[in-house]
Design a protein around this ligand. Structure first.
Ligand code: 26Q
Length: 768
């Protein structure tokens, strides 16, 4: 795409004119739509050209794409962010006004954000990868705090319209359930490579009624039926399920999953036939990556569609074995999807039959029993189905893939060792450095030139500047500026003042007990008590920043939010510690908030119990922005330490190989007997120290001390070693050594580019 300011402004003025407004007086919504549409118009030719290419393509099937805000990253990748800013300025419009545009939060957390990063990285490397997913009417709920409790609100992400997508009415398909049918209408969004002219596609399906306007039914007095049909149809893509790392087995979710894969595959089959290509050779033209088990119904659906074309089951299965690959993102038992057979039979009888046939086939091959069963006692195990059929199965960090092989899929690994590969996650350096930290990016480019933006390992060339006074000053100055900007934003949105000279200690991610925000919370309380009693001296002023959404039905997670908000209230209103401590839990943490936070952090907390966090990707974003990790040897933290050096990070806690032994004799009560200061912090959950109207805090207390599963995630076990690491961070902060450590992380972040991850998928798995 070639930039032409005159043409752009003419188009813009025209679009504004059509909308009955002009330049400075147009409201934000009008402007946003006009600017976006003007850009889409200019990129359409590149997009069409990409579509017509006759290369083998990969379809990335995912129930979630956590895209965030589109406009700035698209303009950045088109290389016209500065130009559009300037052009708008000539009309008296500040481009920053588009920060009011809602995030597209069509995902929960890590898995959905990873999908978004991979699409961008693939486009940037000219790899033919298209996303297939669902166009939820409402994305992940918006979060507010009322009296410290999480309250959810509907996320009306389409409030300002969706000018980047194109509705493809003519490509709609029908999806049949046993009880009713619906249309799937595709909405295509361009996925723009970084300054390379490549435009791939994200295709999101929207469910719509078949007979919205069948008036004959009114004649027959069947108005009610129309209404029901209408409701059923729109319901399917109405809302994203807000669970992260837990499964609920709800029928509507089953419908969503089937709707997504059936629409996608029908669409692909139709085009294949139109192009006169043979369906038995589908794998010559396509390969599909299944983002966790959520799209695994694609396998039986593909078999069904092939059988419908007269291809026998065995041959169809053979084709699927070459077509599909599977990524696992979690080892948590409660997140592994299972479907109740009765339920599947009721809405998708043919699919259930095929699933049972797959079980029989596995049995014949002598691998369908025990831990590998696809169907057992009338329940389908989707991960087992995926591993049985898929050509390759991958974990998302070295340690995670090892756990899959040694434990989660142990028996499968014995049967099919060649299927298992690792692809360590990555993040796109465009959104997570160029866009969110433009000043630091400019300093980097000034020293090592262009190239690192699309070949991140080049950032290691900065190493010679780690000792360079001017560069270190620039780093410090920019970090402080970023902190000031974040601080202003937090003051406005949360009403809490964070002085920029405080150490910014950040933990942002979904709220889950395994991620151990509670460990962090207890440490903050411990430090607060210690400072008040004079037991902790010389503590450098610190701002503890939390951000997290809890699944609406996850009681303990919500209770932990309440706990942290209570601590924040106590600390922030206690003038005696005002020069030492601040605590804030930001509301509605999302991609756009992350962009502001990641570049302003001094330390990144990645403190999951070892073996629980498959990879983590936030850890990589902080690292790239020059932040040290306070973390456990879990997920990609292990590889971060390998790259940047353990000595440049703050590692603590039990290791994976210790966990099992520790748990055998573990007594959380004993720990508290030996550590009375910690005991006081834990007791505060139950002794009325904090307002606990709904008795939520007591539930957290019980989770640590009561029952067989007391302190399942070893919060109290790891506490001491965590405190030691945290105090070391505090001691080092503000020293030259600390700047060096931060910079060592930045210069060694090369491995964690999603460009590398996507290339590994293309080479090891997709064979593109
Ligand atoms: C399943 C069934 C029913 C409803 C919801 C779900 C569900 C939804 C989302 C299950 C899991 C998820 C999300 C999982 C996830 O985000 N996992 C994270 O994936 C990241 C990318 O690989 C990793 O970095 C994180 O470690 C991992 O937790």
């Amino acid at each position: 795409m070639v930039w032409n300011e005159n043409k752009f402004l003419k188009e813009l003025d025209y679009l504004l004119h059509l909308a009955g407004a002009d330049g400075a007086q147009a409201d934000g919504k009008l402007l946003y739509n006009a600017v976006s549409k003007a850009v889409v118009a200019d990129l359409y030719a590149d997009w069409e050209e990409n579509r017509r290419r006759k290369t083998r393509r990969c379809g990335y099937f995912s129930a979630e794409f956590l895209i965030g805000r589109t406009i700035f990253s698209n303009l950045l990748n088109l290389g016209i962010l500065g130009e559009v800013r300037a052009a708008l300025a000539t009309r008296g419009i500040a481009i920053e006004s588009f920060e009011e545009v809602e995030d597209a939060a069509l995902g929960n957390g890590g898995l959905g954000r990873l999908a978004a990063c991979y699409l961008e990285s693939a486009a940037t490397q000219n790899i033919p990868l298209d996303g297939y997913g669902l166009r939820y009417r409402y994305g992940l709920f918006k979060q507010k705090f009322v009296d410290g409790y999480q309250k959810e609100e509907a996320d009306d992400w389409l409030k300002w319209g969706d000018p980047w997508s194109v509705r493809k009415e003519s490509e709609r398909v029908r999806v049949d359930f046993a009880d009713y049918s619906v249309y799937g209408v595709p909405y295509d969004t361009p996925v723009i490579g970084y300054k390379n002219g490549t435009v791939n596609t994200l295709r999101l399906w929207q469910s719509e009624p078949i007979d919205a306007f069948d008036f004959s039914l009114f004649d027959e007095m069947k108005g009610e039926e129309i209404a029901i049909d209408n409701f059923n149809a729109t319901k399917i893509t109405a809302v994203l399920y807000p669970n992260d790392n837990t499964d609920e087995g709800k029928i509507l979710r089953l419908r969503q999953q089937y709707f997504m894969v059936s629409a996608s595959l029908q669409d692909i089959f139709k085009k294949q036939k139109e192009a006169g290509r043979c369906l038995t050779k589908l794998d010559g033209d396509f390969v599909f990556q299944l983002n966790d088990t959520h799209p695994v119904l694609a396998i039986p659906e593909c078999i069904r569609l092939l059988e419908r074309e007269g291809i026998a089951f065995d041959e169809a299965l053979g084709i699927c074995r070459k077509l599909f690959h599977f990524t696992n993102h979690t080892i948590m038992a409660e997140a592994l999807e299972r479907w109740n057979g009765e339920m599947v039979k009721r809405v998708l009888p043919q699919i259930w039959e095929i699933i049972e046939k797959l079980q029989k086939t596995a049995e014949k091959e002598g691998i369908g029993d025990g831990a590998r069963a696809i169907v057992k006692d009338g329940v389908a195990y989707m991960a087992n189905l995926a591993v049985f059929v898929c050509g390759k199965v991958n974990g998302v960090a070295e340690i995670h893939t090892e756990i899959l092989k040694k434990s989660t899929f142990k028996d499968w690994y014995t049967a099919y060792p060649q299927k298992f590969v690792n692809v360590t996650n990555g993040i796109t350096p465009r959104r997570w450095m160029l866009l969110n930290n433009p000043k630091m990016s400019a300093e980097i480019t000034a020293r090592i030139g262009e190239g690192w933006q699309t070949d991140l390992p080049q950032i290691e060339k900065l190493k010679t500047f780690v000792t360079d006074g001017e560069f270190r000053d620039a780093f410090r100055r920019i970090k402080t500026e970023n902190k000031r900007r974040l601080s202003a934003y937090i003051r406005r949105h949360e009403g809490v003042d964070l002085p920029e000279n405080f150490l910014f200690d950040v933990q942002v991610k979904r709220l889950h007990e395994y991620k151990r925000q509670l460990l962090n919370a207890l440490s903050v309380l411990y430090i607060y008590n210690g400072i008040k009693k004079g037991e902790i001296k010389n503590f450098k002023p610190t701002a503890f920043i939390f951000g997290a959404k809890a699944a609406p039905g996850y009681y303990n997670a919500k209770a932990i939010i309440k706990f942290i908000n209570e601590i924040a209230k106590r600390v922030n209103t206690d003038l005696s510690v005002a020069d030492k401590l601040r605590v804030v839990f930001v509301q509605n943490y999302n991609v756009s908030y992350a962009e502001k936070i990641v570049c302003a952090a001094d330390v990144s907390e990645q403190i999951s119990m070892a073996g629980m966090e498959a990879s983590g990707t936030g850890n990589m974003k902080f690292m790239l922005n020059g932040t040290v990790t306070l973390g456990t040897m879990d997920g990609a933290n292990v590889e971060i330490c390998e790259e940047a050096g353990v000595e440049n990070n703050y590692i603590f806690g039990a290791r994976v190989e210790d966990i099992e032994t520790v748990k055998k004799t573990y007594s959380p009560k004993e720990i508290l007997e030996k550590n009375t200061r910690l005991k006081a912090c834990v007791e505060s959950l139950a002794d009325g120290t904090f307002e606990d109207g709904e008795g939520m805090l007591k539930a957290v207390y019980d989770s640590l001390l009561c029952g067989k599963e007391a302190d399942k995630y070893l919060v109290l076990y790891d506490f001491e070693s965590y405190m030691r690491a945290k105090f070391r961070v505090n001691e080092d902060y503000g020293t030259e050594e600390f700047v060096t450590k931060s910079l060592m992380n930045m210069t060694k972040a090369g491995k964690f580019s999603a460009d590398r991850s996507v290339r590994e998928y293309a080479e090891k798995i997709w064979e593109l």
